[in-house]
Write a protein that binds this ligand. Sequence first.
Ligand SMILES: Cc1cc2nc3c(=O)[nH]c(=O)nc-3n(C[C@H](O)[C@H](O)[C@H](O)COP(=O)(O)OP(=O)(O)OC[C@H]3O[C@@H](n4cnc5c(N)ncnc54)[C@H](O)[C@@H]3O)c2cc1C
Length: 412
Amino acid sequence: MEYWEQYLGLFLKEEDLEMARVVRSFVEKEIMPVRHLIDDDKDHTLIRKILQGLTNLGLQKAPFPKAYGGSEMNSIVTASVLHEELSRGDSGICTAANVTTWAWLPAIIAGNKAVLDAFAPSFCGDELKMACFAMTEPGGPHGGGGCDIENPSLHGKKIRTIARLDGNEWVINGQKMWASNSGVADLYCVLCTEDPELGEDGVALIYVPAGVNGLSFGKWEKKAGMEADVNCAMYLEDVRVPKEFRAAGPRKDFELLEYNIILARVLTAASAIGNAQATFETVLEYTGQRIVADKPIRDHSIAAGMLADMAIAIETARTYYLLTAYMLDHPEKYGPPTSNYIRSRASIAKVYAADVAVMVTNKAMELMGAYGYARDYHVEKYWRDSKIIQLWEGGAQLGRFDVCRGYYECNL
Ligand SMILES: Cc1cc2nc3c(=O)[nH]c(=O)nc-3n(C[C@H](O)[C@H](O)[C@H](O)COP(=O)(O)OP(=O)(O)OC[C@H]3O[C@@H](n4cnc5c(N)ncnc54)[C@H](O)[C@@H]3O)c2cc1C
């Protein structure tokens, strides 16, 4: 916990430390004692109880304008601290809770009155509500889907969810895949195109409430980890919503999409380090107690070297994601948040932090032997949860192309 204090006056303010303390206390009380039960909570009774607890803390309403009952929390540094602390408990819970804010951001940033008037009051209430940012699509026989949707070199031309204006309504047809909170959300921000040939100008972010005619879902996907995050196929067949439910309009929606992609890179870097930090705490303690060849594991030089590598990786990854969060918070100094410069830095933060989390959880398991692999010490859980952070949001390869875009014209 004291590691946050070293950033005070640099990237962090006193209110960020307070956020860390509040979330740490919630995690210690509400998540740590039950984290071994989360993966088996198939009907999500426990998961929803924890998410309701976060709603009670005020997390759900935090990003909304005060006029709707929110608290206008818009610091990316603060959000990063929240992501790391919550993921130290469970990164699936962190994802399920924070994707709601992610899905809402285009409407909040654009100040879309129709969407805010219709749905913000319930999200600013005391009851748990969820939102979903549905971007990814399945691939077809000729490719597309997956990473092609968010690859900036493809300019939105691979999107196959089509929105057609019919009088005062959008009519949406298409299919989405994998989006967090799909099937359980109350509101969906759906990435569409008016016409793939229009490229970036055709991109439309349209809000669709749960329960509308023509919206249906597949089964919950079974995954290696992150049980709290529900993912399934989403089908849109002649779904109709008012034309005002488009986030901002041509071109602006593309900018909002790019902002969300870049922002998510930074915030999931923080989540990855939450997993790594929790694992590091466990392995430090375990290797201090378990005696092999007459001394604690961590007093053998081969183990000390591995623990040092973990500490180096966690500290540098944390410092770098905080720097990029600070950059996003200060466009007056670092330029627009959707520039290739910022995209590149955000991608460095995410690619590196995810690799660190996978390395730390993997090496911790080695140092703990069978007990690292067993469920009792949770290391295997953080290992499973870390892997998907490497794979999502464009995966490790597209992430690296996005790093290159900050250094030269890279059209991969
Ligand atoms: C738990 C979970 C939560 C998710 N949450 C969301 C969400 O909230 N919203 C949402 O919209 N989506 C979400 N996703 C989807 C996720 O973002 C995608 O899975 C991801 O972007 C990669 O797509 P894909 O899995 O289809 O991989 P593919 O596109 O099939 O990629 C496979 C491999 O090819 C690489 N690759 C991609 N492009 C290139 C290229 N041009 N050249 C060379 N290699 C390339 C990739 O890096 C990867 O290694 C989630 C997925 C999971 C599993």
